[in-house]
Design a binder for this molecule. Structure first.
Ligand code: SAM
Length: 344
């Protein structure tokens, strides 16, 4: 069992399949000049890059990744694994890897941008991967294409409909941002009227290069105020350790929720640990301290004590960085990786 010094049991592993993505959302994969992607190393922190700069030899092979996942499940009590990235479905060996992870005795879930989802739905059915999180920040095709710097809206939207039709539990992740998509909150909720989908508005979070400012966050309270001015809503129960605050508009088939990481964080119930594609453990999304597992795995050493050390070093909140509304705090969050190379 992986328990930290605050008594939090960590039984949920998020595995990043890759630090590359076929979409280019500015808040996740920022345009950084190359000289800004190098990060200093110190005794606690491995050298890493803000952006997706890992080379093939730095990345975990599929057998290393699988072996680490097995250690987590059979030796460290992990009960849930989420596959993420970058975009996990662009990894060349994604199909085989997902199939193998599907044989582990865990609840398996995935977060994807949905572009290649149709190719994987039969596999998901076969291995019983029933919950799919798909990112969609806008219901307006031109706006979506502008945010992602692609023309993939139709493909993603059709794949969402396909997954719902096939009976998957589909959650939609929409990062709510001022002057970008906050005017669509009501439309997203309206979408849940006749479709059993679960829209989750994520408060915009700060990472390297994403030009985050507190004032760009559409807060939990603002989101609820907008929705309650139009619809009668009811609160739903949230699972233990859930990051969401869930609601339903009365009589609607789907639900909506807010992930209030900035204005009402949920660190006290955190049970999550992250494995990056270059084999580092991140004990918190915001932590700049990373612990290398890959070297030990390649040497055939036991990784359990290393993971236990990573969990013991976990801070109470936000990787030990000051609160989001502290003046000048953006610079601290700039020092970590971009979200694309963490695995959200
Ligand atoms: N490529 C996949 C996808 O698009 O869902 C998985 C990886 S992506 C990093 C996982 C989630 O993180 C997405 O829903 C994305 O919108 C969210 N995300 C990325 N950067 C974020 C930020 N700065 N604030 C809040 N959410 C963010």
């Amino acid at each position: 069992m992986l328990q930290d010094r605050f008594g939090r049991v960590h039984d949920y592993l998020r595995i990043s399949f890759t630090d590359k993505c076929n979409l280019k959302c500015f808040y996740c994969k920022p345009d950084l000049p190359l000289d800004q992607t190098d990060r200093p190393a110190d005794k606690n922190t491995q050298v890493h890059h803000a952006l997706c700069t890992s080379s093939a030899s730095e990345r975990l092979t599929s057998s290393e990744l699988l072996s680490i996942a097995e250690d987590f499940v059979y030796k460290m009590g992990i009960k849930k694994i989420r596959i993420t990235g970058g975009e996990p479905l662009i990894r060349k060996d994604a199909y085989a890897l997902i199939e193998q992870l599907g044989s582990l005795p865990v609840s398996l879930a995935i977060t994807t941008n949905g572009v290649f989802l149709d190719r994987f739905l039969p596999l998901f059915k076969k291995i019983g991967l029933n919950t799919i999180n798909i990112s969609l920040d806008s219901l307006i095709p031109a706006r979506f294409n502008e945010i992602t710097k692609t023309s993939t809206f139709e493909k993603v939207f059709t794949n969402i409909e396909l997954a719902v039709e096939q009976g998957f539990h589909v959650k939609i992740n929409a990062v709510a941002m001022k002057n970008i998509n906050e005017d669509e909150i009501i439309d997203f909720v309206e979408w849940t009227r006749d479709l059993p989908i679960h829209v989750r508005f994520i408060e915009f979070m700060p990472f390297a290069g994403n030009k985050w400012e507190y004032d760009k966050v559409v807060s939990y309270k603002e989101i609820l105020n907008k929705i309650t001015s139009v619809f009668p809503i009811e609160k739903l129960n949230d699972e233990p350790n859930s990051t969401t605050k869930s609601y339903r508009v009365k009589s609607f088939l789907g639900t909506f929720a807010v992930i209030s990481s900035i204005t009402a964080p949920f660190c006290e119930s955190c049970n999550r640990i992250r494995l990056t594609t270059d084999g580092k453990i991140k004990n918190c999304l915001f932590s700049n301290d990373e612990i290398d597992l890959k070297t030990a795995k390649r040497k055939g050493e036991d990784i359990v004590p290393i993971v236990q050390r990573a969990i013991s070093a976990k801070h109470a909140e936000r990787g030990g960085i000051a609160a989001f509304n502290t003046s000048g705090v953006e610079k601290k969050y700039e020092q970590g990786r971009a979200m694309i190379s963490i695995g959200g």
